[in-house]
Ligand binder design. Structure first.
Ligand SMILES: [Zn+2]
Length: 412
């Protein structure tokens, strides 16, 4: 999950009346509890190997472990190269006795560097587990493997097809795996994504909307001249850029959850030269897909008003990770998850997050109800992307219960 640290977390409907308390499914709860210890073993094994995006040696080691685990769980496994950063995407599938197609998705790369696992190996302390990527998202990888084990223990195969996808480059925008995610998701009825949930929020949550990310760029072409001898002959690109940034400040729409922040600027070469070139980069976040066109159109109209004459100004918006927009199918899955958690007497919030995840690639804009997608089914944790990242050990059993029950429910 990119830039989770800057996550703008909006919890909504957390205050909605809790669904009627049904009793927990004792067999599933027992199966989840039985996986608690083995889960922690698996997590330790994953965390103690460096899998920073592009660390092909480490990614290959973990890939081999994951392949063997999926095959041991009865899945037929294929791999797809993930060009751009290296490493392979693993896709495992097994057929069942039902009709519904369900996909479990999470990345196995981290933001951490080679050597970090040796410096900070997996440890448990005061109810928390620590180590590089322990929650984001190796806790989710282990969660999927142990949901498979719990389903096996329950002898449940009521789905039509169960597909597991582990990709190696999410922390760098999934550039090598995004097409495979979209392609395989298109064929599914349900996609469950296992990014972590948010201990900092003080309430457990699953994610029902994620923001898309676009990269804005602004360039100004002026004319260079001597700042002392002939400044009037120049056309100051830096001044024009500053003007443009100020008039492009209000392109966001908070009601829709759209923001555009200018974050990086460049301009000028030498102090005594009127600058000929200047440029800026910006970060756009949005929930509503149409906002891309609105922002692009409005920005291109606004930049027509110049402060410095005879300058050329361009505005571009490069598409990054798409959003998981607010949609009824995801909301309904979120409500089912909340009802399942209520069986354990635990409230569950439905979160909208400012970061982007691979759920955005699984979402099909031309078919918003299929697959139905739910995010943050991984472990509860916090301080993602930092050296004190942690996972909450007490969340293992309830999270295993939730995901196992969900797979069984959506199979019907
Ligand atoms: Zn992640």
């Amino acid at each position: 999950m990119r830039s989770l640290a800057s996550l703008a977390l909006a919890l909504f409907v957390a205050l909605a009346p809790r669904p009627a308390l049904a009793a927990p499914d004792e067999a599933v709860l027992a199966a989840a509890k039985a996986q608690d210890g083995p889960y922690r073993e698996t997590l330790k094994g994953l965390v103690d190997v460096d899998t920073g995006t592009g660390d092909v040696a480490g990614l290959s080691k973990v890939e081999a472990v994951l392949k063997a685990r999926l095959e041991a769980a009865g899945l037929a496994v294929s791999t797809r190269a993930a060009p751009a950063f290296g490493g392979n995407t693993l896709v495992g599938t097994r057929s069942g006795t039902g009709t519904r197609k369900i996909m479990l998705l999470v990345h196995y790369d981290t933001v951490f560097g080679t050597g970090d696992a040796a410096k900070r190996p997996y440890t448990e302390r005061d109810g928390r587990a620590y180590g590089p990527g322990v929650a984001d998202a190796k806790g989710g990888v282990a969660m999927i493997l142990h949901v498979l084990a719990a389903l096996e223990a329950l002898r449940f195969d009521g789905y039509g097809a169960l597909t597991v996808m582990f990709n190696p480059d999410e922390e760098r925008g999934s550039r090598g795996s995004r097409d495979a995610i979209a392609e395989i998701a298109r064929d599914q009825d349900v996609v469950l994504s296992f990014e972590p949930s948010f201990a900092e929020a003080g309430i457990d949550a699953v994610t029902v909307a994620t923001k898309g990310i676009n990269y804005a760029s602004l360039t100004v072409k002026g004319r260079a001249s001597h700042a002392g001898g002939a400044p009037e002959a120049g056309r100051n690109a830096v001044v024009e850029l500053a003007h443009q940034i100020l008039q492009l400040q209000d392109l966001g729409d908070s009601a829709k959850g759209t923001s555009l922040h200018w974050t990086v600027i460049h301009g000028g070469t030498k102090p005594n030269i009127i600058p000929e070139d200047a440029r800026a980069e910006g970060d756009m976040r949005y929930f509503v897909p149409d906002e891309y066109d609105r922002v692009l159109t409005q920005a291109r109209r606004i930049i027509g008003a110049h402060r410095v004459p005879d300058t050329q100004v361009t505005f571009d918006l490069a598409k990054g990770r798409p959003p998981l927009p607010r949609n009824p199918a995801t909301k309904a899955l979120g409500e089912r998850a909340r009802a399942i958690y209520a069986e354990l007497g635990t409230p569950l919030a439905l979160a909208e997050i400012g970061g982007g995840t691979d759920a955005g690639y699984a979402f099909q804009p031309d078919s918003p109800a299929k697959p139905a997608i739910l995010e943050s089914l991984g472990i509860v944790g916090g301080h993602y992307h930092s050296a004190d990242e942690f996972a909450v050990l007490a969340s293992i059993t309830p999270r295993l219960y939730l995901a196992t029950r969900l797979v069984m429910e959506v199979s019907r």
